[in-house]
Structure formats: C-alpha cells, structure tokens
Design a protein around this ligand. Structure first.
Ligand code: PLP
Length: 405
C-alpha cells in the first residue's frame, strides 16, 4: 500500500481514462470521442510541409525551444488571434502542450488547495479533473440554451464567504452542451464579473467550427469585447482544427499573468514540442488553415445533419435536445427518472458508446443527459448507433412506465 497524494483521487480523471478507452475501442459504434475522425486529418499537407523544411529547421524540430514557444509560431498566432479581434498587442501568448495544459498552468498559478473555482454545470470534464487534482472547491452554475444562468451566478457569488479564484467557461459550442452563448449573455456575464476581481477563464477550443458563415460573428470572444475591470485569460487549441496529436494549445493573458504562467510551464515540461510547433506554424504561415477549416465545417455540418435526422426519426418524443450551430456535440435530455448511466450499461453490451451526463457534472451526480459526438465515427455507422440507442431508451421508458403503474 503506497502513501499516494490526494491528487490521485480525481473522480473525473478516472472517468476520462475510461472515456479514452471507449472512444477508441475496436468494433464499437462510438459517439464518445470528442475528436476528429482519423480520415479527416491533413496528412498529405503535413507530409509536404515537413519535406519542404530547410535542413536547419528540420534539425530544430528535434531540439528544445524557449518555454514561451517557438517564436515564428507566436507570430503566426498573433495574426490568427488578431483576425478574431483579440487584443494581442497589450497581451502575451504562451504556447502550451494542448489547451488542457494551459488550464493546468492557470490552476497552478492561482489555486491553492481549498480555493474556490466557479464552473458551468455541465462543464468540460478535462478541466474538472485539473481543478479536482489541485484540491479546489468547485462551485458550479447551471447553463441554459443561451449560456450561463446569470441570476444563479450572481447569487452564487453573493453566497460565498471567499472570493473564487476564477470562473471557467466554454462559451462557443460548449462541451458537452453544444450551445453557443448569445452576445447578450456574454455581455451580462462580463457585467456580473466587473469589479469583483474574479478572473474569467475563457476556453475557446471550438470557435472556428461554426456551421454557417453568417453566424461567425456570434463566436466573438469576450476577451475581444474590450471590457475594463474584468481580467480575462483566453485559451485556444489546435486539437479540433488540426489534430489532437499535435498537443498544441495556447493562452493569451496580461503580461503579469503570462510571466508567472511561463514559470509554471517551465517546471511542467520545459517547452512544448518544437517538432509540432514548427509543423503547425508552417500550416498557418502558408495559409493552409482557412481552406482546411472550410473543409472541416462542411464535413461536421454534414455529420450533424445526419445525426439530427436519425435522432428525429428514431428517438421517442420524450427525448429532447438543442440542435447545435457548430462544434462536435449533441446533448440529449432524458426524462428525470431515466439515468444515462443505466442506458450506457445496456448500449455498451450492444456495441454503442457515448458519454454519460454525470461525467460532466462537477458533483458527478446529475445523470439525466447524454453526450453524443458526431465528429469521430464513420458516417455510415450513425444510423445504426442511433437505432440501438433509441431502442434502449424506449425499453427503459417502457419499464419505468410499468413500474410506475
Ligand atoms: C472545451 C475544451 N477545452 C479544452 C480541450 C482540450 O484540448 P487540448 O487537446 O488542446 O488539450 C477540449 C478537448 O476536448 C475541450 O473540449
């Protein structure tokens, strides 16, 4: 028996380990994986990029680099973020090993054991595992179809005896809820935080994956609103727009926060892989990202439409969901007496997996939802998966009616 630290007890980390196994399980129809399908990756383009690198840059790929990131990639990211209206000039970019590392860095930078972090409910499980591992006290605020519940947020802040270190939100194409905050809700959120000293951690992993060009403006980040009196740390990722295997993310923050974050990162992994930064930089610098995103948007829209169509055809009327406008996820709502964990036990024995609702509840309890990802599975499996899931839900509804009567 070893004397393990408290950090090993994160319930959500256990959930993720399970999830990663299921997402990549052979012979499964998997709605579980929040990642692109392997067939969508820009393999040939990355091949060409590496082959055409000058010899000295190829050698640099194998080397350590500065903790803050590969300078040409920082420059390319500056242009990419400027395009999105972000205030790059007065802030600093730190390249991270995935945006999950940015979340971990920010947590180490600000959070001592027992400190309060505010999250949405539901919330991205990766972030929850980081917060739990740090020993934070997590308080969550419900979201609806337009974003975080403003009234609940205000009363939560008023009820606390200590100031939360930060509020963590994913406003664009939420994981798992699939929603996008309305511009109004983004504004209201900033108004609530204004002057409180609570930092806003804005996680923007999906904003490039809108389905409709006319709705691009809705993805505008809160950090670009130019609001004073709210400190915002913005994080982004290459995982959903280039490939999670790159393990590349970044954070944009004020100079003071950047400097301490760089110190934390140094102690974590010294620097992010030069190899991946160099390849990603050429992808951006050679203007390959935008055409690739155009391809991805079309592909994900098609997948979303397919899943939507089959759900409409096969799901019993008691099951509801919001149609997403971008991103990867549909968040099904079950009647309150049906648990997604029970549905899962049955579908997995029939070869269909998804992620249960309780995985995304900071308290690991609320279980009347399930997350279906349409990004990862072969398109031709979607209907079969939906039929198996619908039949299972119908049976659960039937037996709950029998036991109620
Ligand atoms: C909302 C959100 N933030 C961050 C991440 C982490 O991405 P990365 O692979 O860059 O660590 C994910 C991945 O699923 C995500 O859904």
């Amino acid at each position: 028996m070893y004397a393990f630290s408290r950090a090993v007890n994160s319930m959500h980390s256990e959930d993720i380990k399970q999830l990663m196994k299921q997402a990549s399980g052979k012979n499964l129809i998997s709605f579980a994986g929040g990642m692109p399908n392997n067939d969508l990756f820009p393999v040939d383009q990355i091949d060409d990029i590496y082959k055409s690198l000058p010899e000295d840059i190829k050698k640099l790929c194998f080397q350590y680099g500065p903790t803050s990131g590969y300078p040409p990639l920082i420059k390319s990211l500056e242009s990419y973020l400027k395009e999105k209206g972000l205030p790059v000039g007065e802030n600093r970019i730190l390249i991270t090993t995935g945006s999950l590392q940015a979340i971990a860095i920010i947590t180490q930078e600000f959070v001592n054991e027992g400190d309060i972090i505010l999250t949405e409910n539901p919330s991205f499980v990766g972030a929850l595992s980081v917060f739990e591992t740090a020993g934070a006290e997590i308080h969550s605020i419900p979201i609806d179809k337009d974003g975080i519940d403003i009234k609940a947020l205000k009363s939560k802040i008023a009820s606390l005896d200590r100031k939360p270190k930060f509020l963590y939100v994913t406003p664009n194409y939420h994981n798992p809820a699939g929603i996008i905050y309305t511009p109004e809700r983004k504004k209201q959120l900033l108004e609530v935080l204004s002057g409180t000293g609570i930092i806003l951690l804005e996680d923007d992993a999906y904003s490039d994956l809108y389905f409709n060009e006319d709705e691009k403006h809705l993805t505008r980040s809160m950090k670009s609103f130019g609001v004073e009196n709210v400190e915002i740390i913005y994080t982004g990722s290459f995982s959903k727009i280039l490939g999670p295997g790159f393990r590349l993310g970044f954070m944009l923050s004020s100079e003071e926060i950047f400097e301490k974050a760089e110190t934390v990162k140094q102690s974590m992994d010294a620097c992010t892989s030069n190899f991946m930064q160099i390849l990603a930089n050429d992808f951006l610098a050679q203007h390959k990202l935008e055409p690739y995103l155009t391809f991805l948007r079309k592909e994900y829209l098609e997948r979303k439409n397919l899943l939507q169509k089959h759900l409409k055809t096969h799901m019993p009327k008691e099951i509801t969901w919001n149609e997403p406008k971008g991103g990867f996820y549909i968040w099904l709502k079950l009647p309150p007496h049906i648990k997604s964990t029970d549905i899962f036990k049955e579908t997995v024995s029939k070869g269909v997996v998804f992620v249960t609702g309780r995985t995304f509840d900071p308290a690991s309890k609320k279980d009347d939802r399930l997350r279906l990802s349409f990004s990862n599975m072969p398109k031709e499996h979607i209907e079969k998966g939906v039929i198996i899931l619908s039949e299972t839900i119908k049976r659960a509804l039937q037996s709950s009616k029998i036991s109620l009567s």
